[in-house]
Design a protein around this ligand. Structure first.
Ligand SMILES: NC(=O)c1ccc[n+]([C@@H]2O[C@H](COP(=O)([O-])OP(=O)(O)OC[C@H]3O[C@@H](n4cnc5c(N)ncnc54)[C@H](OP(=O)(O)O)[C@@H]3O)[C@@H](O)[C@H]2O)c1
Length: 285
């Protein structure tokens, strides 16, 4: 099979490219400078030339706070560019896999939010990503893979920040009133490959770790993994850390659609973190 991965040098994209190459798949992963998704004609020409079976759109405006002041620019890449990419896929028969986020949902309640939960983003980034979902779902066979609380070797992430701050401070105050499912980029990459091997219908799939925790709980787990005293991490509230963009209190996603296509939910977030940890610490040091 042949693949086009946009955003292939980003945190998720780089692990997806590695995962595909390790399986001997044919992968085109043009960098931002080589293929700017804002240039619709260039995108159409690239897809026409390479004729991929699958297009995975990992490219995005991911600066959540900056999107509040720059929503039009964020929409251009997270929404309008996806419309152009989707049109190229539709014309050539490529199957589009659009990476999305729990931020398209309102994050109310504390249960897992199902794939068909009504959307209701509470910040600009979420609104722009929702536009991208709509563009992908307008294609005949588009798949949305929503993820959340991602960490990986090749990008900034919460675990990486915690490691840095722990070296600088004796105690860390970490918010305990936002819950979610930490998710390793490698698990998402492998799940994208597994999804592509199915004839699953067009729709939304939630690629997040199983279980739940808060940012505080995740920070404590990281301290434990490092052999540090987890009591150095202290719980606090989101109100103590005001940021330009509101964050959903509940980022948990339900996983029912996987079983409908014969795949299990992603493994428990703690198991994934423990597997990833040696590789991550090596990559970040
Ligand atoms: N990180 C998370 O916690 C998280 C959570 C939920 C969902 N997601 C979603 O997961 C996906 C991957 O996220 P990530 O964290 O891996 O993002 P990332 O590391 O920020 O990577 C995004 C990539 O998009 C590229 N890009 C941006 N604008 C572009 C353009 N106009 N043309 C071509 N490429 C462009 C960037 O290239 P340059 O850097 O060279 O500009 C970068 O390689 C995104 O859809 C994101 O919304 C992420």
């Amino acid at each position: 099979m042949s693949w086009l991965v946009t955003g292939g040098s980003g945190m998720l994209g780089s692990d997806l490219v590695a995962c595909l190459e390790a399986r001997g798949e044919r992968v085109a992963a043009p960098g931002h400078a080589e293929l700017d998704l804002l240039e619709a004609d260039a995108v159409a020409a690239f897809v026409d030339r390479h004729r991929p079976d699958f297009v995975v759109n990992c490219a995005a405006w991911t600066a959540v706070d900056a999107a509040e002041q720059h929503e039009a620019e964020a929409l251009a890449i997270n929404g309008t560019a996806v419309t152009a990419l989707a049109a190229a896929c539709e014309r050539t028969g490529a199957r589009l896999i659009q990476i999305s986020t729990d931020y398209v949902l309102d994050g109310l309640g504390d249960g897992p939010q199902p794939e068909d939960a009504p959307t209701g983003p509470i910040n600009a980034y979420g609104r722009t990503k929702l536009a991208g979902e709509r563009a992908a779902l307008a294609t005949t066979r588009g798949w949305i893979v929503r993820t959340a609380w991602l960490y990986g070797a090749n990008g900034p992430s919460f675990p990486r920040t915690i490691l840095r701050l722990a070296a600088e401070r004796e105690t860390l105050d970490v918010v305990d009133d936002q819950i979610g499912q930490p998710t390793w980029t490698v698990d998402v990459a492998e799940r994208i490959v597994a999804l592509a091997a199915t004839d699953a219908p067009k729709g939304i799939y939630h690629a997040t770790g199983s279980g739940r925790t808060s940012w505080y709980g995740l920070a404590q787990e990281i301290f434990t993994l490092q052999g540090w005293d987890p009591a150095r991490v202290r719980p606090t509230t989101s109100a103590a850390f005001p940021r330009p963009a509101r964050r959903p209190a509940n980022s948990r996603l339900g996983h029912a659609h996987w079983s409908a296509i014969g795949l299990p939910p992603l493994r428990h977030w703690r198991e994934a973190l423990h597997s990833a940890w040696p590789e991550l610490v090596r990559a970040w040091s």
